[in-house]
Write a protein that binds this ligand. Structure first.
Ligand SMILES: Nc1ncnc2c1ncn2[C@@H]1O[C@H](COP(=O)(O)OP(=O)(O)OP(=O)(O)O)[C@@H](O)[C@H]1O
Length: 275
């Protein structure tokens, strides 16, 4: 089976900052894959190379076998992308926002109304569809952005920090909708987050990213069990958390990069996004 995403030795620098450096990744079709790491690990840069929004100066990126450097339009047609930055217009209704995306992505005119309605229903926004997006809560705005990305029926859905800045109930709502859409459509989902607990619960596999590359890869359970074995824990002892695994992998390099996974920078950025 062709992998949904393949990155081989991907590198991308901004001046002297090697944001992504020796990044290897394979995401299988149909899985929910979590790219985890603290602020500055290089997650967004890697994602932007995969979505073709940034060039691939070195290495290789392919989406369902299409080369992101040589076949950008074909790659773009295969994916839906929810960026960190606000992508919904506050002055349009929820439905109008989704219609706009349906037009941009060339959803055939005769299918448009139905596909828009289906996308809104998939994220539980049918009742609020004709209200201005500016009246939505942060969680509703995120679900609207999910509907916008779903309207083109992408084979690969990419979400950059979808729950950042949301309260726990709204976070759970966003994840439950992502999971339900994956189950209903078989879509592949690639999501970045620095919420290790969410990745543990909702991702099939995760890649722990630090300083531009993936340092550990596996199912959350495999990674946690592996650290438990390395620490010589008894089978009855509680397993280490995914955050413990990350600290083990990143070692002393973690603190000087970011401080903590729940870095205030992210919260602030999203407060501006939805506020
Ligand atoms: N446009 C840019 N110009 C210069 N440096 C950049 C740019 N974008 C990212 N960087 C730098 O590249 C590194 C990786 O940033 P990136 O945003 O990819 O990390 P991240 O893991 O997504 O973090 P965050 O969670 O904060 O988005 C950081 O040191 C960042 O400051």
């Amino acid at each position: 089976m062709t992998a949904a995403v393949t990155c081989t030795a991907l590198a991308h620098a901004f001046g002297d900052t090697r944001a992504v450096d020796g990044f290897d990744l394979t995401v299988s079709e149909g899985e929910v894959f979590g790219l985890l790491g603290p602020n500055g690990a290089g997650k967004t840069t890697a994602i932007r190379c995969i979505t073709t929004l940034l060039p691939v100066p070195s290495g290789m990126v392919a989406v369902f076998g299409r080369d992101a450097a040589r076949d950008r339009m074909a790659v773009r047609r295969l994916l839906g992308y929810v960026p960190q930055q606000l992508s919904a217009d506050q002055n349009l209704t929820g439905r109008e926002n989704v219609v706009l995306f349906a037009r941009v992505f060339d959803v055939p005119r005769r299918e448009r109304a139905e596909r828009v309605a289906q996308s809104l229903a998939a994220v539980d926004l049918t009742d609020a569809a004709d209200r201005l997006a500016g009246t939505y809560s942060g969680g509703m705005v995120r679900r609207l952005e999910l509907a916008q990305a779903l309207v083109s029926a992408p084979r690969l859905l990419i979400l950059d920090e979808p729950t950042i800045g949301l309260d726990p109930i709204a976070r759970t709502g966003v994840w439950e909708h992502i999971t339900a859409v994956r189950e209903a459509t078989g879509m592949t989902v690639l999501v970045t987050t620095h919420h290790m607990d969410e990745a543990d619960q909702y991702c099939d596999r995760v890649g722990l990213m630090h300083r531009g590359r993936i340092r550990a890869l596996g199912t959350p359970a495999e990674l946690r069990r592996g650290l438990g074995e390395r620490r010589g824990l008894a089978p009855t002892d509680p397993l280490p958390s995914l955050e413990d695994v990350f600290r083990d992998v990143a070692g002393s390099g973690l603190d000087d990069t970011s401080g903590d996974f729940r870095d205030v920078r992210s919260t602030r950025r999203t407060a501006q996004r939805v506020g």
